[in-house]
Design a protein around this ligand. Structure first.
Ligand SMILES: Nc1ncnc2c1ncn2[C@@H]1O[C@H](COP(=O)(O)O)[C@@H](O)[C@H]1O
Ligand SMILES: O=P(O)(O)OP(=O)(O)O
Length: 170
């Protein structure tokens, strides 16, 4: 299935010079959505994660259905001030700015096998910050799954030497 054609390109959003890859057009397509979740499930199942960690907010859109399909739990990584219990927190950089990410300190059992899921990897800053959160939680990272990879930004080179599963590349 040509899922790339379901992603809409928006120039100069959210800042001049950024080509935004809009996944809302894929999410609203029933066949496209099913294909993406089923393909992620097939690709990720062999990694045998105990849980999925997804980043706010578009990481939730794929992380939760993938966790459901795999029969495992989902843990949200959120922007600061959103999670109610004590959190680990890490500063990170985006393709278009910087921010902080947080995760509940008690969300993951030490040694749990964790798969990181997000909609897109650009510079890799968000994923690197999430890796650092998982290190604070003493989790065992088993790999990454991104719907989209922006290859020219070399984000994967900043990640640890683990499986990096992607469905669409630009
Ligand atoms: N060009 C982009 N289109 C849509 N979303 C993007 C884009 N660049 C970054 N994002 C969002 O930011 C993070 C990944 O950025 P990193 O630079 O890899 O930290 C991801 O959650 C995207 O939703
Ligand atoms: O749009 P979101 O919430 O996925 O955030 P970001 O652009 O920081 O990935």
């Amino acid at each position: 299935m040509d899922i790339k054609s379901l992603v809409r390109d928006i120039s100069d959003f959210p800042k001049p010079g950024i080509l935004f890859r809009d996944i809302t057009t894929l999410l609203r397509d029933p066949q496209g959505l099913r294909y993406v979740v089923d393909t992620m499930t097939e690709k990720c199942a062999p990694l045998q994660p105990d849980c999925i960690v997804g980043m706010e907010s578009r990481g939730f859109l794929f992380g939760v259905p993938l966790a459901y399909q795999l029969g495992i739990g989902f843990i949200p990584v959120r922007k600061p001030g959103k999670l109610p219990a004590p959190c680990h927190e890490i500063e990170y950089e985006l393709e278009y700015g910087s921010d902080r990410l947080s995760m509940h300190q008690d969300a993951i059992q030490p040694g749990a096998r964790v798969l990181i899921v997000d909609d897109l990897i650009a510079t890799g800053g968000t994923a690197v910050a999430t890796v650092q959160l998982l290190q604070l939680a003493q989790a065992e990272l088993v790999g990454f799954c991104f719907l989209i990879e922006l290859q020219n930004l070399n984000g994967r080179q900043r990640l640890p030497n683990l499986p990096i599963l992607t469905l669409i590349e630009y």
